[in-house]
Design a protein around this ligand. Structure first.
Ligand code: HEM
Ligand code: HEM
Length: 205
């Protein structure tokens, strides 16, 4: 079998990688400081981080697919009805899923800063690093702003918060498209191990 040798351009690297996927070399120290977390030297995500990532993906997908109930309930309230005539169960599900996303995202951010996150591939162009960091950062911020604006609308009847909620939902969708595009681009075109590290855990916590 052919073994390809990848040479990292950074001074303290220089590790060969077997096969077609370029792994992050174990001794790689990235000067980039990817959201400040790679300084902890982890080379992959933990089971907890991966579990939280996919749990949030499922919940967010649910929020986009099943929003009819909350919209009808909201129209009922803003249309002047004290109690909307339709059942509120699906609206409550939207609220519960949204609050859960908020809590899980706080846990993710906590893990990101205590445990760390793997650095980008050693030979990643600087522009791609900037884009990846900006997209991840925006997703985290939007995943906090969405439940906050939704709660302000629902619990305090602030109409401007509902408008903000709608705006944030569009921004998040755009960020997710970029994010998933980036993950597929890394896997199929750059042939890096970035996509696979969201499936294979490095440690439990
Ligand atoms: C990550 C969490 C959340 C996401 C991704 C999300 C997403 C959405 C989406 C896609 C809509 C439909 C908007 C439209 O198509 O016009 C919506 C509406 C709404 N959401 Fe959320 N939501 C989240 C959390 C919450 C929470 C926690 C609450 C309340 C406690 C909430 C309250 C509302 C309300 C009141 C509406 C109706 C507002 C309107 O249609 O203008 N949301 N949400
Ligand atoms: C609702 C949809 C999604 C959201 C909100 C989301 C959010 C995020 C966030 C915030 C990160 C940064 C993790 C960190 O380092 O702290 C991340 C990483 C990652 N996500 Fe997603 N993601 C979503 C969907 C997906 C999908 C569908 C895929 C696969 C096609 C994916 C693949 C990845 C990969 C591979 C990473 C690791 C990137 C790296 O190590 O540089 N994500 N995701």
């Amino acid at each position: 079998m052919l073994a390809t040798k990848s040479v990292c351009r950074e001074e303290r690297c220089g590790t060969e990688t077997v096969g077609r996927r370029r792994a992050v070399p174990p001794n790689h120290v990235d000067k980039w400081g990817y959201m400040g977390s790679d300084k902890k030297g982890v080379q992959g995500y933990s089971k907890a981080q991966i579990g939280l990532h996919w749990a949030v993906v499922v919940l967010v997908a649910f929020q986009y697919v099943a929003h009819d109930g909350i919209e009808r309930a909201w129209r009922g309230f803003t249309g002047g009805e004290a109690q909307p005539t339709e059942p509120l169960q699906t609206a409550y599900l939207h609220i519960a899923a949204g609050v859960l996303v908020f809590l899980l995202v706080l846990a993710r951010i906590y893990l990101r800063f205590t445990r760390g996150a793997p650095p980008p591939p050693a030979d990643e162009p600087k522009l791609l690093k900037i884009v990846a960091e900006a997209v991840h950062g925006s997703i985290y911020i939007l995943l906090l702003l969405l439940p906050l604006s939704g709660s302000a609308a629902w619990f305090f009847a602030i109409e401007a918060a509902a408008d903000a909620h709608e705006f944030f939902k569009t921004l998040l969708l755009a960020a997710i498209v970029l994010h998933v595009g980036g993950a597929l681009f890394q896997h199929f075109l750059r042939r890096s191990d970035v996509l696979m590290r969201m499936f294979r855990a490095e440690s439990a916590k």
